[in-house]
Write a protein that binds this ligand. Structure first.
Ligand code: ADP
Ligand code: MG
Length: 293
């Protein structure tokens, strides 16, 4: 494309809240046949709320568990962490500075609070740390099947609690997905969350293709695999865990509300939280490319 037509497209995009950082991406966008969406914070509001909480075993009471969870999660940037801290504050106002805080890529967080080893995350990461989640809790699918993210709390090697978090689909997602499908684009959900939770949200969005339970490096690999199938792939995401996949994609589209590392890795930044910007970007690309042919 000529520099002029790209400049015009970029200017028009800016007016519409679609910041095009990379002119080449505007040319490539026209050829995109597969669009991959992250779930939390991209398809959903990323403003999750705790819907269920229960203590497991009789070593700790509610306040004690929430004190440990709040103290640890206040160190995390993840949207789930915000929900946990808000909930913990309602029950327990005093938190402690956590030590040795560590985000466990796409599966949870760990650290030390008041001398206790605390781990919050999915059942897989607890079990990888040698913590057994009681079978009757682990195998109860009702919360995941309702689209809720289920997390467990490990303290000093034992599972002491369970918490479920609900995050609503953004209102315009079903319409945006339907439009993309009408344009002949394959729409895929790619998430670190549990497959059942992912499927429930995907069903609400009208997405058939779901790749769930993936770690951040695996997100990048999945994009590569889709690219090997021969078409240009766009990735839409918001988190640190999406950064490698955003960089790998032919077109990386980031939510403006996303973390800085994700925004750096993207080619196009959506200034509104709505997914309409993805369609705007594709239309701009088509218009720019048509203009110069
Ligand atoms: P998505 O791909 O949908 O944006 P992530 O890859 O960010 O999801 O997270 C995947 C999973 O990792 C979450 O569903 C949750 O189980 C776990 N997780 C991530 N961050 C945290 C955290 N701060 N506290 C507890 N669990 C977390
Ligand atoms: Mg996300």
């Amino acid at each position: 494309a000529t520099p002029t037509s790209i400049m015009v497209g970029t200017g028009r995009g800016a007016q519409l809240g679609v910041l095009i950082k990379n002119g080449e991406a505007l040319q490539t966008a026209e050829q995109v046949k597969t669009i991959v969406f992250d779930k939390t914070g991209t398809l959903t509001h990323g403003r999750p709320e705790v819907s269920d909480f229960s203590v497991i075993g009789d070593g700790f009471n509610d306040e004690q568990v929430l004190y440990l969870v709040g103290s640890l999660e206040q160190e995390s940037e993840h949207p789930l962490a915000e929900a946990l801290v808000r909930y913990a504050r309602e029950h327990q106002s005093r938190f402690e500075q956590a030590e040795a805080f560590r985000p466990l890529a796409g599966s949870g967080v760990s650290g030390t609070v008041a001398g206790r080893r605390v781990l919050v995350g999915n059942s897989r990461i607890l079990e990888q740390h040698g913590i057994t989640v009681p079978e009757e809790v682990r195998d109860d699918d009702s919360l995941s099947a309702a689209g809720k993210t289920v997390l467990f709390i490990g303290v000093d090697g034992g599972c002491v609690g369970m918490v479920a978090i609900a995050d609503k689909l953004k209102e315009d997602v079903p319409a945006a997905v339907a439009t993309l499908r009408r344009l002949g684009i394959l729409v895929v959900m790619l998430t670190g969350d549990h497959p059942l939770t992912a499927r429930a949200i995907a069903a609400q969005a009208g997405i058939d293709e779901v790749i769930a339970g993936v770690l951040p490096d695996e997100k990048q690999q999945k994009i590569e695999e889709l690219q090997r199938a021969g078409t240009a792939v766009a990735m839409v995401g918001d988190g640190i865990n999406d950064a490698p996949a955003l960089a790998q994609a032919d077109v990386g589209i980031v939510m403006g509300s996303g973390t800085d590392i994700a925004i750096e890795s993207g080619d196009i930044v959506l200034m509104k939280s709505s997914l309409g910007g993805v369609i705007t970007a594709l239309s701009l690309s088509r218009a720019v490319m048509k203009n110069i042919r």
